[in-house]
Design a protein around this ligand. Structure first.
Ligand SMILES: [Zn+2]
Length: 135
């Protein structure tokens, strides 16, 4: 899932295990097993509450962008390009390249309000398809 990976697992384990190193080996292993079992249970519980395949942070970002997208007017240019106007500003959204004239989609790798306006325009499109995943 987007944004759910961490490289801090070794630091987390070391800081938690500092006091446990004094235990006999069987008790130490049991403490580690119990701790990891709780971690995985908590993560599964959080994952089961998610509304989509995205993390809550990204989901909220998209939800915040939907409201301003209602002020945008969509003018199709071609099958993949749309001119999105808001007030008197224009932004060209290229759906195939996943870019927008405002550059926000390019920089943040998350759909801007213009891209979300397009997604609402073609209501059958899932908004989550516009997130660019880092692999
Ligand atoms: Zn934009």
């Amino acid at each position: 899932m987007y944004g759910m990976m961490s490289t801090q697992i070794a630091k987390s384990m070391n800081s938690i295990l500092l006091d446990l190193w004094k235990l006999p080996i069987a008790a130490l292993v049991e403490q580690i097993r119990d701790m990891m079992q709780n971690w995985f249970h908590n993560r599964r519980t959080i994952a089961n509450r998610l509304r989509s395949d995205l993390t809550p942070t990204i989901d909220n970002h998209i939800l915040k962008g939907v409201e301003p997208s209602y002020k945008c007017i969509i003018h199709p240019i071609s099958y993949h390009k749309y001119n999105i106007t808001e007030n008197q500003n224009n932004s060209i959204v290229d759906i195939q390249a996943k870019t927008c004239g405002c550059r926000k989609w390019d920089r943040e790798k998350l759909p801007c309000k213009h891209a979300l306006a397009y997604a609402r325009y073609v209501i059958k499109v899932y908004i989550h398809r516009f997130v660019i995943y880092h692999i």
